[in-house]
Design a binder for this molecule. Structure first.
Ligand code: SF4
Length: 469
């Protein structure tokens, strides 16, 4: 849920052989803004030199004048939207990263989180390396720069063979665009095409904006190189016995836009099914209306409504123009945090028994505020339904979540959470139900935040291992 201390991750977008590659990346990042709002950046290549512009803020704030695009000339580009934890939210950690090294210039943009970045960083620091950022991406760039191989694709594969964890990554050299996806395919990455130009994106909604069509997903464990010779595919060496994928099921629950296509399926369709399954598992007989917490739970709420036959209503309005930098007026003595984002529709809610659908509950603090806000509209009852199972464990693969101790469902039972949230009833979707409607075999999905069973080994002290992105 938005504002619940589980944040969007990162979005990446790349263009090759495009007339105005930087502007295409700008549009792509615009479509992927939901995946990260802390910083944005683009690197473009004119065939001889890479140039970069990046900064803190939304895409439109960072790219706010034409001169930027004039400087970022060229037919190839990569772009990145970043979300990060507050402590690491610095310009140094914004992406893309751009380096000069023995093979020329290289830029990278990363979505995911490595689980062995700290070990690799320490090893290289002891060997004399100096890091300018605390991101995992910096570690990968160092590994590439230190590789003894002779071609850039071999150097990238050499580096990726040493890292463990989740990555959907883009690389740009003076004359080639690369896309890579970790061997378990935790995060999405797709290939698109428009006339003779090619694009790589975290989600297909960015292709829709520029009029490109989706060609295919980059396979788990695949590196693609796009240059004047066309598209070449390489297999990244695997480091252990990987028998199945570990696609992040939260991409369907919350992160990806409903109009996107990820992991071979339309997000809208899967999210609707989650809502339908939730209605089957936790009906709310006698309720008058279904209300979704906008925007991420709207589709699941419609699914709940379709299955239950209870009318869907827009009972909560979200202000889309609230940035992360909203400053609560201290002198007022009131917490405007949730009120500035949401407002209940009194004419819809008054005297009604409502089913409130949200996609997840993290700490529970924001949900409690929303429930209290809804009460001001004087509904008769609030029955809360959650279109995912209880989150009991943090994510180590690129989603910024609080520690295990801060997750409300890690220490409290459903009836205790129900009492804390002050709702008449509470129902979470079961893990079985979620996996039954998932569009691929159940062992193709990571669901560690619900089960605590991590598909790749992690440090379970609750500390973050690297910088999420
Ligand atoms: S732990 Fe949860 S959020 Fe993280 S990759 Fe797995 S399913 Fe996704």
């Amino acid at each position: 849920m938005i504002g619940e201390s589980m944040h969007d991750e990162c979005g990446v977008f790349g263009a090759y052989n495009s007339n105005d590659a930087a502007r295409m990346a700008y549009l792509g990042l615009y479509a992927l803004q939901h995946r990260g709002q802390e910083s944005a950046g683009i690197v473009a290549s004119d065939g001889a030199k890479l140039r970069m512009h990046k900064g803190m803020g939304l895409v439109r704030q960072v790219f706010d004048n034409e001169d930027i695009f004039t400087r970022l000339s060229g037919r190839a580009s990569i772009g990145h939207n970043r979300y990060s934890t507050t402590g690491s939210s610095t310009a140094n950690n914004s992406q893309p990263l751009l380096i000069n090294f023995k093979a020329g210039q290289l830029a990278s943009a990363h979505n995911g989180n490595l689980i062995n970045a700290e070990d690799l960083r320490k090893e290289m620091e002891e060997d004399g390396s100096i890091f300018v950022s605390s991101t995992d991406t910096d570690v990968i760039m160092h590994l590439i720069a230190r590789s003894k191989h002779g071609t850039i694709e071999a150097m990238i594969m050499d580096a990726l063979a040493r890292v463990r964890g989740a990555y959907s990554m883009l690389f740009l050299t003076e004359n080639a665009l690369f896309g890579a996806r970790d061997p378990r395919g935790v995060r999405p990455l797709l290939l698109g095409k428009l006339n003779d130009s090619y694009y790589l994106s975290s989600e297909s909604c960015a292709f829709d904006l520029i009029g490109a069509s989706t060609v295919r997903e980059i396979e788990a464990g695949e590196l693609v190189r796009i240059n004047g010779d066309g598209i070449h595919s390489y297999k990244i060496p695997v480091y252990d016995d990987i028998t199945h994928h570990a696609h992040c099921i939260f991409e369907f629950i919350y992160f990806s836009r409903p109009d996107s296509f990820v992991f071979g399926s339309n997000v809208d369709k899967v999210r609707r099914k989650l809502g339908r399954q939730l209605a089957r598992e936790h009906p709310a007989p006698g309720a008058d209306i279904v209300v979704g917490v906008p925007d991420s739970a709207t589709t699941a709420a419609i699914g709940f409504s379709e299955e239950s036959g209870i009318k869907y209503e827009i009972g909560l309005i979200r202000n889309h123009y609230v940035g992360r930098t909203f400053i609560n007026p201290a002198q007022s003595g009131r917490d405007f945090g949730v009120r500035i984002k949401f407002n209940p529709v009194k004419g819809v809610l008054k005297d009604k028994s409502i089913v409130l659908v949200d996609d997840s509950v993290v700490r529970g603090t924001t949900m409690k505020k929303i429930v209290r806000l809804l009460r001001t509209a004087e509904p008769k009852e609030i029955h809360l339904r959650i279109s995912s199972p209880p989150i009991t464990s943090p994510c180590f693969y690129g989603i910024d979540m609080p520690t295990k101790q801060e997750l409300i469902a890690s220490g409290q039972k459903v009836d205790e959470i129900c009492a804390y949230l002050e709702v008449e009833s509470l129902g979470y979707l079961s893990t079985e139900g979620m996996l039954n409607v998932a569009p691929q075999p159940r062992d193709h999905f990571c669901r560690a935040c619900f089960s605590g069973e991590y598909p790749m080994p992690v440090n379970l002290t609750g500390d973050k291992i690297g910088q999420s992105c």
